[in-house]
Write a protein that binds this ligand. Structure first.
Ligand SMILES: [Mg+2]
Length: 128
């Protein structure tokens, strides 16, 4: 595929990070991972992504702060969709993220591999 869509998965839980990366790689996306907020910011300096899956709760730098940084630079990140990864009970943070400009969110415990792939395709405008 010539214009392979590039995705960054930001998730501090190593097993979850690997699972998300594997699912999306198998689907043919080009996938990078970041195991925390600070690494995510480094990745964002060095590469351009079509979509970021962004965990909200992370110990070093949370997803809301990362989202704020991304939205501060529309010239650089205007084409990048950000989809938050959340757990049950994260409603307030999700509301905040949506107000800041996240494209959507996925509830991790209820997202099956097919759901993830379909959601990502939908956010990228690739059809489901
Ligand atoms: Mg987390």
């Amino acid at each position: 595929m010539e214009d392979k869509r590039k995705i960054l998965v930001v998730e501090d839980e190593p097993d979850a990070l690997e699972i998300f990366k594997d699912i999306l790689s198998e689907e043919g996306f080009e996938v990078d991972g970041a195991e925390g907020g600070l690494v995510a910011l480094e990745r964002l300096v060095n590469a351009k992504y079509d979509l970021i899956l962004l965990d909200i709760v992370m110990p070093d730098k949370d997803g809301i702060s990362i989202l704020e940084e991304i939205k501060r630079f529309p010239d650089k990140y205007g084409d990048t969709k950000v989809v938050m990864l959340t757990n049950i009970g994260g409603d307030l943070a999700v509301d905040k993220a949506m107000k800041i400009g996240a494209s959507g969110y996925l509830l991790k415990s209820e997202t099956e591999p097919d759901d993830l792939v379909n959601a990502v395709k939908q956010y990228l405008g690739l059809g489901a």
